[in-house]
Design a protein around this ligand. Structure first.
Ligand code: MG
Length: 247
């Protein structure tokens, strides 16, 4: 279901989004070779709670942690644990913070130390694909315009978008309508209206688009190629897209 938000609700969502983003930036500063992902998770939970918010993901669909830590061939939904980051890895961190009942959802993929040029390109293309998707999030456009912009850019660089998972509406619930796929046709899908808030989140594989989902929720590329993920929570307004997960 698509739930439109009032300006007042969007203002609260911007606070939730800011907490999520600040958390992500703090975790980003901790990322270096030798760090265990569980350390990142503890720091994220402490930070979110210190800001008077709740870790949205913890307990959601049974997920046990505050952040998703998805390394190399893991696309999304990696669970933090004893896994140690090594020089040359790439790690996607996905954070959700609930503040005054509303959710902010954001993710970024971060290099661990020095990474290969191919890995850097994957990160850069995915980040830019998100920017291009956000630029389509304007009144009167359709959800398909966002996915089309993302997939076109990704394909032009020889990568592929994951099709089994998508962006989503966000509000009091982490997942609301509409689904926001990372592919689509211009002018297709639900029309974007004032008060919609959506999480746009390209998941980009260096190889093929197929993925496997494991019982612990971890999503991995079928061909073992590496994958990157970036996400912002974006409000559709009369002044254009407003990114709520910014600092
Ligand atoms: Mg999301």
């Amino acid at each position: 279901m698509i739930i439109l938000k009032t300006d007042e609700e969007i203002a609260i969502m911007a606070k939730a989004g800011r907490i999520a983003r600040e958390c992500l930036l703090r975790i980003g500063e901790m990322i270096k070779p030798g760090v265990r992902t569980v350390e990142l998770d503890r720091a994220a939970e402490d930070f979110i709670r210190s800001r008077g918010a709740l870790p949205t993901f913890k307990g959601l669909y049974g997920f046990p942690a505050t952040v998703c830590t998805s390394k190399n061939e893991v696309v999304v939904h990696g669970t933090p644990g004893d896994e140690i980051l090594e020089e040359g890895d790439i790690i996607a961190i996905d954070v959700g913070a609930t503040y005054q009942g509303f959710v902010g959802d954001t993710a970024a993929t971060i290099p661990v130390g020095e990474v290969s040029p191919d890995a850097l390109k994957l990160i850069d293309v995915t980040r830019e694909a998100l920017e291009r998707g956000i630029r389509q999030a304007v009144l009167g456009n359709h959800v398909g315009d966002i996915g089309h912009a993302i997939e076109t850019y990704v394909k032009a660089h020889g990568f592929s978008v994951v099709k089994d998972y998508a962006g989503h509406g966000v509000g009091r619930s982490m997942h609301e309508g509409p689904s926001v796929p990372n592919y689509g046709k211009p002018g297709r899908g639900p029309m974007l209206r004032k008060g919609m808030v959506i999480a746009i989140e390209p998941m980009v594989n260096a190889g093929g688009s197929d993925v496997i989902t494991f019982p612990d929720m971890r999503v991995v590329t079928r061909d073992g190629s590496w994958s990157a993920h970036f996400e912002h929570t974006v409000a559709i307004t009369e002044k254009g897209p407003v990114c709520l997960t910014m600092v």
